[in-house]
Design a protein around this ligand. Structure first.
Ligand code: CP
Ligand code: NVA
Length: 314
């Protein structure tokens, strides 16, 4: 894990960014969301905060929400974006990430990367000379968590001191949730099968900072009296669908019985795409406690503020 201080405002992982900065980003997101209520989605925000700026987005993996929300974010901020598939770039034929970073930095103002490996995004940030945004790696998904915190706070008020549960695979989104728990000061219990627990490095990092993080193999204990219950796909992009993983995760499905063990007004969150009938039932994701569509919309609002911070506008 790189901890080197950079002269650029990279958004690589929540753990690297001070709590006050993350709070400032969310406050901006909430204010800008409110300010453009009622406008057509393609209308540019007052003052066009990113006029003249261009974001390049590189995708090594599939995306629906991230791709569309970042493109609309740049548009609403008065800037522009370029969308690239890693496989159709020279990157896909062996040009190094370092050389790609140096070249792209001469053309664009910021780079967003959805990468197969976390090492790739760290190399891009280290070798380029513009801000880099992590749009998901095998390790983490920090932009997702900014939208998730925004969503929880819209529904429940400040997340500080709230009890949050994660049920399922201890994956990249879970890692960013652990980092968010430390940065935003909430209590987090993760219910994960043995062998699918979050990475020990992030748990040690959280423990070292006094984070209120518990990992259990019991899904009921994980959600007990929680204010919000998170899950995610059991098979992330790049994971193998064969083997024992699905079987091990079966008891961790978020269904009505499990949700009933959380607080009465508990929210249900999922970064999407959902695999209905696997990690979550239709009755939960389509039910009254689900905020997944607000959560998806908030990718746009949260990322607008992330972009503005990366580019020095806030
Ligand atoms: N949640 C999320 O990142 O969705 P996409 O994979 O569709 O971008
Ligand atoms: N954990 C999932 C998140 C998708 C947005 C994956 O990495 O595929």
């Amino acid at each position: 894990m790189s901890t080197a201080v950079s002269k650029y405002n990279h958004f690589l992982d929540l753990k690297d960014i001070p709590s006050e900065t993350l709070r400032q980003i969310l406050d901006t997101a909430r204010r800008w969301k409110e300010a453009r209520k009622g406008l057509p989605k393609g209308a540019v925000d007052e003052g066009a905060p990113l006029a003249g700026r261009t974001l390049a987005m590189v995708f090594e993996k599939s995306s629906t929400r991230t791709r569309i929300s970042f493109e609309m974010a740049m548009h609403q901020l008065g800037g522009s974006s370029i969308i690239l598939q890693g496989s159709s770039m020279q990157l896909g034929r062996g040009e190094t990430i370092a050389d790609t970073a140096r070249v792209m930095s001469r053309y664009v103002d910021a780079i967003m990367l959805r990468a197969n490996t976390h090492a790739a995004i760290e190399e891009l940030a280290n070798e380029g000379s513009v801000p880099v945004i992590n749009a998901l790696t095998d390790r983490s998904h920090p932009c997702q968590l900014m939208a998730d915190i925004l969503t929880i706070e819209e529904h429940l008020g400040s997340i500080k001191g709230k009890k949050i549960a994660w049920v399922g695979d201890g994956n990249n989104v879970a890692t960013s949730l652990i980092e968010a728990a430390v940065k935003f000061d909430f209590s987090l219990t993760l219910g994960c099968p043995d062998g699918l627990r979050p990475d020990v490095d992030v748990l040690n990092w959280a423990e070292g900072l006094g984070g209120d993080i518990t990992v259990t193999g019991d899904p009921d204990a994980a959600v007990r009296s929680a204010n919000a219950v998170f899950t995610d796909t059991w098979i992330s992009m790049g994971d193998d669908r064969t083997g024992t993983k699905l079987k091990a995760l079966e008891p961790f499905q978020v269904n009505d019985v499990l949700m009933a063990k959380a607080a009465d007004d508990a929210l249900f969150l999922h970064c999407l795409p959902a695999h209905r009938g696997e990690e979550v039932t239709n009755s939960v994701i389509d039910g009254p406690q689900s905020v997944v569509w607000d959560e998806a919309e908030n990718r746009l609002h949260a990322q607008k503020a992330v972009l503005a911070w990366c580019l020095g506008v806030i």
